[in-house]
Ligand binder design. Structure first.
Ligand code: AMP
Length: 196
Protein backbone atom coordinates (compact mmCIF):
# COMPACT_ATOMS: atom_id res chain seq x y z
CA UNK A 1 0.00 0.00 0.00
CA UNK A 2 1.22 3.48 -0.86
CA UNK A 3 2.31 5.82 1.90
CA UNK A 4 1.70 9.32 0.61
CA UNK A 5 3.81 11.78 2.59
CA UNK A 6 3.37 14.80 0.34
CA UNK A 7 0.37 15.61 -1.81
CA UNK A 8 0.32 18.22 -4.55
CA UNK A 9 -3.10 19.85 -4.81
CA UNK A 10 -4.22 21.79 -7.87
CA UNK A 11 -7.20 24.10 -7.34
CA UNK A 12 -8.62 27.46 -8.25
CA UNK A 13 -7.07 30.81 -7.49
CA UNK A 14 -10.55 32.34 -7.44
CA UNK A 15 -12.52 32.64 -4.23
CA UNK A 16 -15.58 34.16 -5.92
CA UNK A 17 -17.23 30.76 -6.17
CA UNK A 18 -20.06 28.83 -4.54
CA UNK A 19 -19.40 28.13 -0.83
CA UNK A 20 -19.62 24.40 -1.55
CA UNK A 21 -16.22 24.61 -3.27
CA UNK A 22 -14.71 26.85 -0.60
CA UNK A 23 -15.92 24.57 2.14
CA UNK A 24 -14.47 21.48 0.43
CA UNK A 25 -11.05 23.18 0.15
CA UNK A 26 -11.07 24.07 3.85
CA UNK A 27 -12.17 20.58 4.87
CA UNK A 28 -9.47 19.03 2.74
CA UNK A 29 -6.78 21.21 4.32
CA UNK A 30 -7.86 20.17 7.80
CA UNK A 31 -7.77 16.50 6.77
CA UNK A 32 -4.26 16.78 5.35
CA UNK A 33 -3.02 18.40 8.55
CA UNK A 34 -4.67 15.74 10.70
CA UNK A 35 -3.15 12.94 8.61
CA UNK A 36 0.31 14.53 8.63
CA UNK A 37 0.39 14.76 4.83
CA UNK A 38 2.44 17.70 3.55
CA UNK A 39 0.60 20.02 1.15
CA UNK A 40 2.52 21.03 -1.97
CA UNK A 41 0.75 23.76 -3.90
CA UNK A 42 1.12 26.91 -5.97
CA UNK A 43 1.95 29.07 -2.98
CA UNK A 44 -0.84 31.63 -3.39
CA UNK A 45 -2.98 33.13 -0.66
CA UNK A 46 -5.96 33.69 -2.91
CA UNK A 47 -9.03 31.62 -3.72
CA UNK A 48 -9.35 27.94 -2.92
CA UNK A 49 -5.54 27.69 -2.86
CA UNK A 50 -5.39 30.13 0.04
CA UNK A 51 -8.26 28.50 1.94
CA UNK A 52 -6.71 25.07 1.55
CA UNK A 53 -3.24 26.13 2.70
CA UNK A 54 -4.63 28.20 5.58
CA UNK A 55 -6.59 25.19 6.81
CA UNK A 56 -3.46 23.01 6.70
CA UNK A 57 -1.52 25.62 8.69
CA UNK A 58 -4.37 26.07 11.18
CA UNK A 59 -4.39 22.32 11.73
CA UNK A 60 -0.65 22.32 12.43
CA UNK A 61 0.30 20.68 9.12
CA UNK A 62 3.16 21.27 6.70
CA UNK A 63 2.77 23.49 3.63
CA UNK A 64 5.19 23.95 0.75
CA UNK A 65 4.36 26.53 -1.92
CA UNK A 66 6.04 27.13 -5.26
CA UNK A 67 5.43 30.47 -6.91
CA UNK A 68 6.92 32.19 -9.94
CA UNK A 69 8.44 35.60 -9.07
CA UNK A 70 6.10 37.44 -11.46
CA UNK A 71 3.00 36.07 -9.68
CA UNK A 72 4.18 36.85 -6.17
CA UNK A 73 2.41 40.20 -5.93
CA UNK A 74 -0.82 38.92 -7.46
CA UNK A 75 -1.13 35.60 -5.61
CA UNK A 76 0.49 36.48 -2.26
CA UNK A 77 0.66 40.28 -2.17
CA UNK A 78 2.20 41.81 0.93
CA UNK A 79 0.93 39.11 3.25
CA UNK A 80 3.10 36.50 4.91
CA UNK A 81 3.47 33.37 2.73
CA UNK A 82 1.84 30.22 4.07
CA UNK A 83 4.46 27.66 5.07
CA UNK A 84 7.71 27.16 3.20
CA UNK A 85 7.81 29.15 -0.04
CA UNK A 86 9.98 28.48 -3.09
CA UNK A 87 10.26 31.33 -5.57
CA UNK A 88 11.03 30.22 -9.11
CA UNK A 89 11.41 32.07 -12.40
CA UNK A 90 8.88 30.41 -14.68
CA UNK A 91 5.55 28.57 -14.71
CA UNK A 92 7.37 25.51 -16.02
CA UNK A 93 9.79 25.53 -13.10
CA UNK A 94 6.83 25.85 -10.76
CA UNK A 95 5.17 22.74 -12.16
CA UNK A 96 8.43 20.77 -12.28
CA UNK A 97 9.21 21.52 -8.62
CA UNK A 98 5.64 20.83 -7.47
CA UNK A 99 5.88 17.52 -9.31
CA UNK A 100 9.26 16.62 -7.83
CA UNK A 101 8.17 17.36 -4.25
CA UNK A 102 4.98 15.24 -4.34
CA UNK A 103 4.07 11.58 -4.02
CA UNK A 104 0.60 12.04 -5.53
CA UNK A 105 -1.80 14.68 -6.91
CA UNK A 106 -5.30 15.79 -6.02
CA UNK A 107 -7.43 18.12 -8.11
CA UNK A 108 -10.12 20.30 -6.56
CA UNK A 109 -12.36 22.53 -8.65
CA UNK A 110 -10.48 25.30 -10.42
CA UNK A 111 -10.06 27.26 -13.62
CA UNK A 112 -7.74 27.21 -16.60
CA UNK A 113 -4.58 27.03 -14.48
CA UNK A 114 -5.94 23.99 -12.65
CA UNK A 115 -6.81 22.37 -15.98
CA UNK A 116 -3.32 23.07 -17.31
CA UNK A 117 -1.64 21.60 -14.25
CA UNK A 118 -3.93 18.57 -14.23
CA UNK A 119 -3.46 17.79 -17.91
CA UNK A 120 0.27 18.07 -17.59
CA UNK A 121 0.48 15.37 -14.92
CA UNK A 122 -2.12 13.27 -16.79
CA UNK A 123 -0.21 13.44 -20.07
CA UNK A 124 3.16 12.85 -18.39
CA UNK A 125 1.59 9.73 -16.87
CA UNK A 126 0.17 8.68 -20.26
CA UNK A 127 3.69 9.00 -21.70
CA UNK A 128 5.08 6.79 -18.94
CA UNK A 129 7.13 9.58 -17.35
CA UNK A 130 5.67 8.85 -13.91
CA UNK A 131 3.25 6.58 -12.12
CA UNK A 132 2.04 8.80 -9.29
CA UNK A 133 -1.66 8.64 -8.34
CA UNK A 134 -3.93 11.46 -9.57
CA UNK A 135 -7.25 11.89 -7.74
CA UNK A 136 -9.91 14.25 -9.01
CA UNK A 137 -12.33 15.54 -6.38
CA UNK A 138 -15.63 16.01 -8.20
CA UNK A 139 -17.27 18.38 -5.72
CA UNK A 140 -20.92 18.88 -6.70
CA UNK A 141 -20.27 17.26 -10.09
CA UNK A 142 -17.98 20.15 -11.10
CA UNK A 143 -15.64 17.91 -13.10
CA UNK A 144 -18.38 15.95 -14.93
CA UNK A 145 -17.68 17.67 -18.27
CA UNK A 146 -13.98 16.81 -17.93
CA UNK A 147 -14.79 13.16 -17.18
CA UNK A 148 -17.15 13.06 -20.17
CA UNK A 149 -14.54 14.67 -22.40
CA UNK A 150 -12.03 11.99 -21.51
CA UNK A 151 -14.68 9.34 -22.24
CA UNK A 152 -15.25 11.00 -25.63
CA UNK A 153 -11.54 11.10 -26.39
CA UNK A 154 -11.36 7.36 -25.71
CA UNK A 155 -14.65 6.54 -27.53
CA UNK A 156 -13.49 8.33 -30.67
CA UNK A 157 -10.14 6.57 -30.66
CA UNK A 158 -7.93 9.56 -29.84
CA UNK A 159 -6.62 7.81 -26.73
CA UNK A 160 -6.48 4.18 -25.66
CA UNK A 161 -9.03 2.85 -23.12
CA UNK A 162 -6.20 2.70 -20.58
CA UNK A 163 -6.33 6.51 -20.47
CA UNK A 164 -9.43 6.15 -18.30
CA UNK A 165 -7.17 4.72 -15.60
CA UNK A 166 -4.78 7.69 -15.48
CA UNK A 167 -6.89 9.34 -12.81
CA UNK A 168 -9.33 8.28 -10.12
CA UNK A 169 -12.46 10.27 -9.32
CA UNK A 170 -14.01 10.72 -5.86
CA UNK A 171 -16.96 12.83 -4.78
CA UNK A 172 -15.61 14.38 -1.60
CA UNK A 173 -12.28 15.41 -0.03
CA UNK A 174 -12.91 12.85 2.71
CA UNK A 175 -12.40 10.02 0.19
CA UNK A 176 -8.99 11.12 -1.10
CA UNK A 177 -6.60 9.92 1.60
CA UNK A 178 -8.31 6.53 2.13
CA UNK A 179 -8.20 5.95 -1.62
CA UNK A 180 -4.52 6.91 -1.83
CA UNK A 181 -3.73 4.61 1.09
CA UNK A 182 -5.38 1.70 -0.73
CA UNK A 183 -3.41 2.08 -3.96
CA UNK A 184 -0.23 0.13 -4.70
CA UNK A 185 3.13 1.89 -4.58
CA UNK A 186 3.98 3.62 -7.89
CA UNK A 187 6.09 1.16 -9.84
CA UNK A 188 8.01 3.65 -11.91
CA UNK A 189 10.91 5.75 -10.67
CA UNK A 190 10.52 9.23 -12.18
CA UNK A 191 13.26 10.29 -14.62
CA UNK A 192 16.10 12.16 -12.93
CA UNK A 193 15.14 15.50 -14.50
CA UNK A 194 11.90 15.38 -12.49
CA UNK A 195 13.48 14.70 -9.11
CA UNK A 196 14.72 17.33 -6.71
P1 AMP B 1 -6.84 28.80 -11.88
O1 AMP B 1 -7.28 27.37 -11.91
O2 AMP B 1 -6.84 29.43 -13.27
O3 AMP B 1 -7.56 29.63 -10.89
O4 AMP B 1 -5.30 28.78 -11.48
C1 AMP B 1 -4.86 28.02 -10.38
C2 AMP B 1 -3.38 28.18 -10.22
O5 AMP B 1 -2.73 27.67 -11.38
C3 AMP B 1 -2.87 29.62 -10.05
O6 AMP B 1 -1.90 29.63 -9.02
C4 AMP B 1 -2.19 29.90 -11.37
O7 AMP B 1 -1.10 30.80 -11.22
C5 AMP B 1 -1.69 28.54 -11.75
N1 AMP B 1 -1.38 28.40 -13.15
C6 AMP B 1 -2.06 28.87 -14.22
N2 AMP B 1 -1.48 28.51 -15.38
C7 AMP B 1 -0.36 27.82 -15.03
C8 AMP B 1 0.69 27.21 -15.77
N3 AMP B 1 0.70 27.21 -17.10
N4 AMP B 1 1.69 26.61 -15.06
C9 AMP B 1 1.67 26.60 -13.71
N5 AMP B 1 0.71 27.15 -12.97
C10 AMP B 1 -0.30 27.76 -13.62
Amino acid sequence: MARVKSLCVFCGASGAVDPVYRDAATRFGALLAKAGVELVFGGGRIGLMGLLAEAVMTGGGKVTGVIPRHLHDFEIGDRKPLGELHIVETMHERKALMFARSDAFAVLPGGLGTLDETFEVLTWKQLGLHDKPIVVVDTGGYWNPLIHMIERVVATGFAPPSSRDLMRVVGTPEEVLPLLASLPEPSLAPPSRFTS
